[in-house]
Design a protein around this ligand. Structure first.
Ligand code: TTP
Ligand code: MG
Length: 400
């Protein structure tokens, strides 16, 4: 008897929200629709960078990572907004829940990007294009933000397809057309080609992905080693057809750079508590418990200092993490030293289910209080409730 093995082609779908932070701001403030919106540092303070810009602002040459000062020079009439991370995180979590309806095989690569392996779930939902359009529709209906989707047989080609579909589009590359689709695109569009690699390839007269595909493999191997081989494969449309194993986050952290260096102990301590509160909220959303707490300080002269402590048991309870962070702070801060940046992080995670069934490690009534606070924040944003705290018997309400 003959056995016929049918090698099923993979179907990978890449989802990337358009101008994510800016789109959320516009959705929350509809009168900004159609305006150049820039999310990032305060342009009047002069330091810091652009997180992202709406497509209208991009027409002025503004992009992520650019200094806010330069962005202001290019578009002084733009609407400059501070980021609301907790709002973006809450929306990103809800959007992930939409993605999981179509397959458990979801690989999240950033706050607004994910890959879905639809190979085994297509028979349940129809075509990949239908799933892609449903996802885009559902996100637009619920959050009023647009999404771009790429569909292909590999992760790399699906990602390029999504970026070509931007904004608010869907592009499917049929199996067999991968190399043809990639060929005319500029070399920087190929995943794995950063600015340095782009410079080197351009210097070799390799301008398009097609040029790279035509380049002799031995030349690329000699010049770039194994990386050259991977790029050559990608240029031919060969890439990952299955998703990598999900890697748990190594660390959740937040930091702030002050517009003016400070040695005000109370201000620094309150800022540290605000960051701790935000980090713990994020940790609970992700279902993690941490074993390590890190404090980071950067002084006015740019020297940076980090100190870490290991907790007696993994936890995601704000009070317990705050105690550890405060201890690191008070033990290590040299008096009077001017601080430019303060940050804290948690890491060395243990999934909460593995540790114990309770969500937190506090008495029951306190647990219930925090569950309530988290629920409220998920609906109304992190700042709907602010943390007050006791220190040395003096009650303080932190205006943070
Ligand atoms: P991206 O998906 O890279 O960018 P985007 O969603 O703003 O725009 P695009 O339509 O091109 O996808 O990043 C997602 C969010 O991550 C972005 O809205 C803001 C944040 N981000 C930063 O804060 N700094 C950065 O340098 C980048 C690249 C992104
Ligand atoms: Mg995006």
């Amino acid at each position: 008897m003959n056995t016929v093995v049918i090698d099923m082609l993979s179907t990978i779908l890449h989802v990337d929200l358009d101008a994510f932070f800016a789109s959320v701001e516009v959705a929350d403030k509809p009168w900004l629709k159609g305006k150049p919106v820039i999310v990032g540092a305060n342009p009047h303070e002069g330091r810091g960078i652009v997180n992202t810009a709406s497509y209208e602002a991009r027409r002025f040459g503004i992009h992520s990572g650019m200094s806010i000062r330069e962005a202001y020079r290019k578009c002084s009439h733009g609407i400059f907004l501070a980021p609301h991370y907790e709002r973006y995180t809450a929306i990103a979590h809800e959007i992930r829940a939409i993605l999981y309806r179509y397959t458990p095989q979801v690989y999240v690569t950033s706050i607004d990007e994910a890959y879905l392996d639809l190979t085994k779930s297509l028979h349940l939902f129809g075509t990949a294009r239908m799933i892609g359009e449903w996802i885009r529709y559902e996100i637009k209906r619920r959050f009023h933000i647009t999404t771009s989707v790429g569909i292909a047989s590999t992760m790399e080609v699906a990602k390029v397809a999504a970026s070509q579909a931007k904004p608010d589009g869907l592009l499917e590359v049929a199996a067999g057309d991968e190399a043809g689709f990639l060929a005319p695109l500029p070399i920087r569009e190929l995943p794995g080609v950063g600015t340095k690699m782009e410079r080197e390839l351009l210097a070799m007269e390799i301008h398009t992905i097609g040029d790279l595909a035509k380049t002799s493999l031995s030349v690329l191997l000699k010049r770039f080693g194994a990386w050259g081989y991977a790029l050559w494969q990608h240029a031919h449309g060969v890439g990952r057809t299955t998703l990598p194993e999900e890697v748990p986050p190594q660390q959740i952290g937040k930091e702030v750079t002050f517009s003016k260096d400070t040695s005000d102990l109370r201000f620094l301590r309150n800022t540290l508590m605000r960051l701790t509160d935000e980090v713990c909220y994020e940790m609970r959303l992700q279902g993690e418990k941490a074993r390590k707490v890190t404090l980071k300080l950067r002084y006015a002269d740019f020297t940076t200092f980090t100190r870490q402590t290991t907790l007696a048991a993994p936890t995601n309870a704000t009070q317990l993490i705050a105690q550890a962070a405060l201890q690191l702070f008070f033990v290590n801060l040299p008096p009077g030293r001017l601080v430019r940046l303060i940050g804290m992080g948690v890491g060395d995670f243990v999934k909460r289910a593995i540790v114990q069934p309770s969500l937190f490690d506090l008495p029951k009534t306190e647990n219930q209080l925090w569950l309530f606070i988290d629920r409220l924040r998920k609906r109304r944003g992190l700042t709907v409730i602010k943390m007050g705290w006791f220190h040395a018997g003096i009650r303080e309400s932190t205006q943070i």
